[in-house]
Structure formats: structure tokens, C-alpha cells
Ligand binder design. Sequence first.
Ligand SMILES: CC(C)(COP(=O)(O)OP(=O)(O)OC[C@H]1O[C@@H](n2cnc3c(N)ncnc32)[C@H](O)[C@@H]1OP(=O)(O)O)[C@@H](O)C(=O)NCCC(=O)NCCS
Length: 230
Amino acid sequence: MDGPDVPVEGAEGGPLAPGGHAVRLGRLAEWARAPGALTEDVLGPDRQRYRATREPVVQERLLGSRLLLRHAVAVAAGTQPHRVTVDRDGRGRPVLRAPEGLDVSISHTADVLVVGVARGRRIGVDVEASDRPLLAPGLAERFCHPQELAELGELPPAARNAALVRLWTLKEAYTKALGVGLAHDFRGLRPRPDPGSGWWLDAAAPGWRLRCDRVLDRFLVARALGPDAP
Ligand SMILES: CC(C)(COP(=O)(O)OP(=O)(O)OC[C@H]1O[C@@H](n2cnc3c(N)ncnc32)[C@H](O)[C@@H]1OP(=O)(O)O)[C@@H](O)C(=O)NCCC(=O)NCCS
């Protein structure tokens, strides 16, 4: 079974075994190009959102992440990208209509695209710039557990923002796997390092495993993996 030791991949993987997962990284410059007809097809239910946005980079992220997702799913399922159909649930979470049996998640920031694909379990991914400023007064209190605030207070000031971004990214990956995102109270979550296997959440989320990787020198990519389907 693939566990949290699966790295963030920019290159091909292969078909996923039950319980397996893949996290794929892409750049806008390589993925945000598609011929017009293909664009309509790839965007699916997001066509209107794509047309409504006036910012080219937002359009590019939308299109590029769908192309990367279709590609990653095709590799994971051993099929062709044009056979992949992506929908969204009522809260905006991407849902695969075809092929069946895979869960997916999308994240993007700046020119970086990340998609997660898992077979027979939930997956959530999040990418953030590792220097995203989170030290504004009162901000950490809105998403940190009281124990985390105490631990952050003991860190040297120069290390605090990096620790906050890592916590944020892990928590967001988990809540995206659940499909609720920021509607979840992040203060109730407390990811803790688990030597040898990444991060874990306490009894509130048994069987979940988390991992956070530094990529391209200035981004953090977190993933959250639900327990294996019975
Ligand atoms: C999901 C969410 C956390 C994304 O935050 P973000 O850091 O701005 O963006 P990311 O790049 O990490 O992720 C964006 C992707 O998450 C996915 N997504 C959107 N809603 C999602 C949800 N409820 N669950 C899981 N994934 C979701 C989408 O694929 C989106 O990509 P797209 O815009 O290209 O379609 C945020 O939009 C959210 O919480 N949405 C849920 C709606 C909600 O309840 N909002 C309450 C606001 S207080």
C-alpha cells in the first residue's frame, strides 16, 4: 500500500493499487494551454466560472489544474485523459464521475498547481508559499489550537511564521479532504508529528495521515489521507 512516504511527483507514476495515492505537481507554463474545443471539454461545470473571471492568471489556474488532474487521473486509472469526467459537489469539492473508485483534490497558488488522486480513500491537498505572512495580530488565534499557540510562543520569532504556514497547510489539506474547507473550525485540529510517518490528528480523526513537503524551494505541499476503505 502506498503510504505517506509517496513524494510529490512532477513526473509519471503508474496505475494506483487499492489504498494507493499520488500527489502531482505542475507549473502553469506547462499546463495552462489547451486548444479552444478541448478547453470547453476540460472545464466541464467550471466553464461559466472560467468565462466570468477577468484575471488571466485565475483562468490559467482553473484550466491548468483541470488538465493536470485529468492527466494524473488517467495515469492512476490506466485510461486516457478524455475519458476522465470531473464534477463538483455542492460545496465546490471536485468529484470524479469517471473513472470510478478514485478520490481527487486540487490546490494552486502563484504558478504552482497540485493535484491529489487516491484509490479507495479520501485525499486532500494544499499548496502555500512557505513565506506566506501569517503573523498579523489575531490571525493565529483564529486557526490554532490553544496548545499550538503556547508552543508557537516558545519558538524563536524567526521560526514562528514558517511553523504557522505548515500548520495551516496541513489543516487545510485535511478539511479539503472532508469537503468542508474553511467552514471547519481549524482551532479544533491539532496535527502532531509522528516520527517516521509524517503527521497525525488525534482521536478526532482516527486513521488519517498527513504529510507536508517543501517543493521548488519556496512552497509547502500538504496532503491528508483518509483511512482505507473497508
Ligand atoms: C476549499 C478552500 C479551502 C480553498 O481555499 P484556497 O486556499 O483559496 O484554494 P486552494 O488553491 O487550496 O484550493 C482551491 C481548490 O479547492 C477545491 N475546493 C473548493 N471547494 C472545496 C471544498 N469544499 N472541499 C474541498 N475542495 C474544495 C477546488 O477544486 C478549488 O480549485 P478551483 O477554484 O480551481 O476549482 C476554500 O475555498 C473553502 O473553504 N471553500 C469551501 C466553501 C466554504 O465553506 N467557504 C467558507 C468560507 S469562510
